[in-house]
Design a protein around this ligand. Sequence first.
Ligand SMILES: [Zn+2]
Length: 437
Amino acid sequence: MTSFEKANGALRTPILLANIGQLLTLQSASSNFGPRRGSGLKELGIIKDGAVLSVGGKIVSVGATKDALRDPWLKKNRKKVLEIDCAGKVVLPGFVDSHTHPVFISPRLVDFEKRIDGASYEEIAAAGGGIRSSLHGVREAGKRILANKIVNVLQHMAAHGTTTVEAKSGYGLTAESELKSLQAIRAAASRWPGTLVATLLGAHVVPKEFQGRSGEYVEVVCTEMIPQAAKGKLAQFVDVFCDQGAFTAAETERIFAAAAQHGFGVRAHVGQLTETSLLPFLRFNPASFDHMDHVNDADIAQLAGHDTVATLVPGANYFLGLKEYPPARKLIDAGVPVALATDYNPGTSPTLSMPMAMSLACTHMKMSPAETIAASTINGAWALRLADRKGSLEPGKDADLVAFAVEDYREIPYWFGVNRCTMTVMSGTVLPAAGSL
Ligand SMILES: [Zn+2]
């Protein structure tokens, strides 16, 4: 039994977090509903000397500590409440990591060294490395082993302040191993008090046995993986890696159509290596377009009028040693809703730290610290269609909160490479962070 599973027993105890130096509620002053755009991405709704009360895993009130302590319900029930003195720390909504690939067995150390020696992404893939080299481990592994791997990474994510995680399959690439991967995600979700959102990424890359016959593989995705995942209620989204060396725009549309037919939301990896026109995909109302390193001005103008979130993953650019990063400034200034995620995966972004992604967004994409926080909380929630429950601290939302041992929220992306998260609350379950792991 993990410490997380033990902690599950404590769920539902009313909790009062008090004496919070800066409480970042992420509540917006504007009445505009929808993901945060433009200057709205800077609104953190900060309360000084704040307090949050949660009961039954839901937030009941958010305000100043002195007002919380005067609350008649609290006065009457004080003995039943777990009171936590935050001693001036910063408290904010738990991070929503809306793009991860946690279902794999081994790190890709050969790729790492080859890349250091100067090989490109495409050269590594052509030499048998890349995504295809992770397939063997996942195809051979039992569901239990995969689930254990996922739970392990979720524990570390929570220790770094993440309370909601989108988890993709995509390293099996047979109907059987993709469904096994989704079942492993579901098993892991039952052992973790945070929230896990599963995505079928059968269209990650064309596996070797279908080399030169991508159309046939797309049919396996559409007529086997998608219907079976729907039947087992194993995923909320279907994702496609639409790029050079992966799937074409036409194949992506075919997969999106099958996904929509079976009730899935859709999302896509786009523009990581080459530009793809995004317009044809908008009729499927994608929850998000991810990566977006290469995107044209006409598409940016279109996206500014949609709720599809641009999810940027600078950890991949960093780890690949790229000079260029996604054009966050251009997207934000044009009114496109932007989220940040880790893209946790063994090949191109082996980081599970949202503060690290935020730090990279500040230094390499010129996002302000405030923008990185909104992009990692409320807009991550929008990218997973969970904004009614996640991403801000408001009465009625899930009690997902994290405390950082800093005095000012700007320190969260500032102190890169160390973990300042000292407490994680997931649906009312309180977990001490890094120190106990
Ligand atoms: Zn990815």
